[in-house]
Ligand binder design. Structure first.
Ligand SMILES: [Zn+2]
Ligand SMILES: [Zn+2]
Length: 388
């Protein structure tokens, strides 16, 4: 089960699906009128000079405001070392274009309001994440465990060395798009020059055409390979936690880092124990005489039985806390805190099969001076029927 979504679709083979919508932009160095090796000092000086000239308060030319914005944007990128390096390497990114692949209204919304960031389609890309699910039992969640998780990754096809072309042949440059994978159509609109970039229909955006396809991968260039990743599941894991195994996802594209393996852990319920955060609850029966006279009983924990003293006169629903017999508290950052407690709730079982001798003892017990419940019933009788 691979993660789905636009980004995943994009990164898989590194080229665009559908069409994209691009505002044609000038090169930032051209905007400032400087060479590509200009130093930070020159960039700053040039920007100040242009900003003074083009400031809408000073310059009343109709395009002054637009040019002022253009200069500011160029300066914002080129004056930031990290952004400049990225720009030098990849040019205008999809984020400043506002790029989308003919998707839904939500995609449009994200693009305009959240400034979607996406890997440059021609640069290095991180591999997509792989999602897997494992099922462990209650006790394994308590002690921690491990599972071997099977993952299926796309790897370059051995037969064609990843080209997708039949051995002895190779992919040819697409003559329609000259290898770019896109066709462009620039139009003038009230918002400025708008370039409609379409995916090349001839090569489906790949930039190359395979005349004779590899008969192992059928031109895809990749085949699926199964492998196993041993995943350590920490004690205290909860059912809603997702384990991230860094670097065990799909391989990166063009030198990009691999994705991650995301493991959703499902914990099966226990017959006797119930979990509440890092605490555990269980119910234990007491006989009538154990509850009345007190006793030392054995109660189950996830580490075997332990002794518990029941004091005389214990009522149904009394709770006894065994400190530190719960789950270790596992924080999302992987830190482990103190263990929770085991809460033992008792209930008194009314005897149903009494021997003759037991019945006689009970009658003797019932005939003894009024106990608490008897006095309670006497009071209730008076309340409803008067003193008579
Ligand atoms: Zn083409
Ligand atoms: Zn192949």
């Amino acid at each position: 089960m691979h993660s789905r979504g636009l980004d995943a679709e994009y990164s898989k083979y590194g080229h665009r699906r559908g069409w994209s919508f691009v505002m044609a932009k000038r090169d930032y160095y051209d905007v400032l009128g400087i060479s590509r090796d200009a130093d930070a000092e020159l960039i700053k000086k040039t920007y100040r000079k242009l900003a003074r000239e083009l400031h809408p308060d000073v310059n009343k030319a109709p395009d002054a405001e637009a040019r002022f914005k253009e200069v500011k944007e160029a300066y914002d990128v080129l004056s930031n070392a990290e952004k400049r390096t990225q720009y030098d390497q990849f040019g205008h990114t999809d984020t400043d274009y506002g790029d989308f692949d003919g998707g839904s209204v939500n995609d449009l919304f994200d693009m305009f309001f959240n400034g979607r960031k996406r890997n440059n389609p021609r640069g290095a890309q991180q591999g997509e994440n792989i999602e897997q699910r494992v099922v462990i039992d209650f006790k394994e969640a308590y002690t921690g465990t491990q599972r071997d998780v099977e993952v299926t990754r796309d790897v370059p096809c051995d037969t064609c060395a990843g080209t997708g072309a039949k051995p002895g042949t190779k992919p040819e440059k697409c003559s329609s798009c000259h290898g770019t994978g896109q066709t462009e159509n620039v139009q003038s609109t009230p918002f400025g020059r708008v370039a409609m970039r379409m995916k090349c229909m001839q090569c489906n955006g790949a930039g190359t055409i395979i005349k004779q396809r590899c008969n192992v991968c059928w031109g895809k260039g990749t085949t699926e390979k199964k492998s196993t990743v041993r995943v350590q599941i920490p004690a205290g894991i909860a059912s809603d936690m997702m384990l991230r195994v860094a670097g065990e996802g799909m391989h990166g594209v063009r030198g990009g880092p691999p994705g991650d393996l995301l493991v959703a852990v499902h914990i099966t319920p226990h017959e006797f124990f119930e979990r509440e955060d890092h605490h555990i609850h269980c119910k234990v029966p007491l006989t009538f005489s154990q509850a009345a006279l007190g006793d030392e009983i054995e109660v189950p924990t996830l580490e075997g039985r332990v002794a518990l003293t029941i004091p005389p006169g214990t009522q149904t629903d009394a709770v006894f806390r065994l400190k530190g017999k719960g789950f270790p508290q596992l924080y999302r950052n992987g830190r482990v805190g103190a263990r929770g407690d085991l809460h033992v709730k008792v209930f008194v079982v009314t005897p149903t099969k009494l021997t003759q001798k037991q019945k006689e003892s009970m009658r003797v017990f019932a005939g003894e001076p009024p106990s608490e419940p008897t006095r309670f019933f006497e009071r209730m009788k008076r309340a409803f029927m008067g003193d008579g």
